[in-house]
Design a protein around this ligand. Structure first.
Ligand SMILES: NC(=O)c1ccc[n+]([C@@H]2O[C@H](COP(=O)([O-])OP(=O)(O)OC[C@H]3O[C@@H](n4cnc5c(N)ncnc54)[C@H](O)[C@@H]3O)[C@@H](O)[C@H]2O)c1
Length: 325
């Protein structure tokens, strides 16, 4: 599991261990945390290093790779396309090269709804045109486009999971979101509720009921469950596929703030800021395909539950993993 010491990867690793799979994490800890491995074997290495990935696959006897390792800030990706193409595209191609060399033929890829760009219609189906409007989304789409070639030439079957907005935390509060800087709405709102700096709300004049953007927040343990199901499909010899992973329920930024205030019993200090370029007004998934083909449904879809779980982690680990262990 590349990037398994990060937010989504660590939750997926926990779910896989519960599903009786042995997990080995490969992470350069540029954004991840050793403590998030929860004691699973962790090889410190960089996915851009083909030899290091080959060694990790060989020595761990890996039969499948889940590839979370990437950078994910839209703003940074626009400012630093070289870095983003290197890490997200070259890093993934190096991982696939290592897999081909070691005859490891099952790949689960962390893709994103950012591959769609500005939606022509919502809910977004997997068949929607892919036209990313930022470098980050473009790097993920570049990998998606490469995968059929790697399948044809080297037999690597893949499941591409297009996540919507990952949110929440492990309901047992062993794991949670600890990004630095934090770019996601819910932890930003929780931080503001805890006395941190006020959060910025980017745009209040969108054509939505309350003027703020609508997004599909999917619980990170539901995302983790999608990975277990994707792996089982590959293990059973299933064909390569693309799936959206979202709840099909859009929530506005104002709804997030109101929910955080309800859950925490505190005020979320916030200020209105101009729209950010490249932020579509409305993004939410159709999850019909993953429901029909993998039997996946969101088990913790309510914003209240997502925020409640995130708050439990946040309030018991105010300094994230640093102070946790
Ligand atoms: N968080 C979201 O809402 C979201 C939405 C859609 C897609 N994704 C994708 O999901 C994946 C995981 O996201 P996350 O939120 O857990 O991010 P994260 O930053 O918490 O985790 C990424 C992990 O990858 C590691 N990493 C980065 N570059 C590496 C490299 N070159 N070599 C080895 N390890 C490296 C980091 O140290 C980190 O542990 C990413 O690929 C991201 O693009 C995330």
């Amino acid at each position: 599991m590349t990037g398994g010491a990060g937010y989504i990867g660590s939750h997926a690793a926990k779910a896989l261990r519960h599903a009786a799979r042995q997990v080995v994490i490969f992470d350069n800890l540029s954004a991840g945390h050793r403590a998030a491995a929860l004691g699973a074997p962790l090889i410190e290495g960089d996915v851009r290093d083909v030899d290091a990935v080959r060694r990790a696959i060989r020595e761990s006897g890996a039969t499948a790779v889940m590839h979370f390792a990437a950078w994910l800030s839209v703003a940074d990706s626009v400012a630093d396309p070289i870095g983003y193409y290197r890490n997200n595209v070259t890093g993934t191609l190096a991982t696939l090269e290592a897999m081909a060399a070691e005859q490891c033929g099952q790949f689960v890829f962390s893709s994103t709804c950012a591959v769609y760009g500005e939606p022509n219609e919502v809910p977004l189906r997997e068949t929607h045109l892919t036209a990313p409007i930022n470098t980050y989304g473009q790097t993920k789409l570049a990998v998606e486009h490469a995968l059929p070639h790697f399948e044809r030439a080297y037999g690597i079957r893949s499941i591409r999971l297009r996540y919507f907005n990952a949110a929440g935390a492990d309901p047992e509060a062993e794991l949670g979101e600890d990004h630095s800087p934090e770019i996601h709405v819910i932890p930003r709102a929780l931080d503001a509720a805890s006395g941190g700096p006020p959060m910025d709300v980017f745009g209040e004049d969108y054509p939505t009921p309350d003027g703020t953007c609508l997004r599909d927040y999917v619980h990170v343990t539901d995302l983790a469950d999608a990975h277990v199901r994707a792996l089982i499909r590959l293990e059973q010899g299933g064909a390569s596929a693309i799936y959206n992973v979202g709840t099909e329920r859009p929530s506005s930024v104002r709804e997030v703030i109101a929910t955080v205030e309800r859950v925490t019993g505190r005020t979320v200090a916030h200020r209105m800021a101009p729209r950010r370029p490249g932020d579509p007004a409305v993004l939410y998934a159709s999850a019909a395909r993953i429901r029909d083909e993998l039997g996946w449904v969101a088990r913790r879809p309510a914003l209240e539950t997502i925020v409640g779980d995130a708050w439990r982690w946040h309030s018991t680990n105010p300094r994230g993993f640093q102070a946790a262990r």
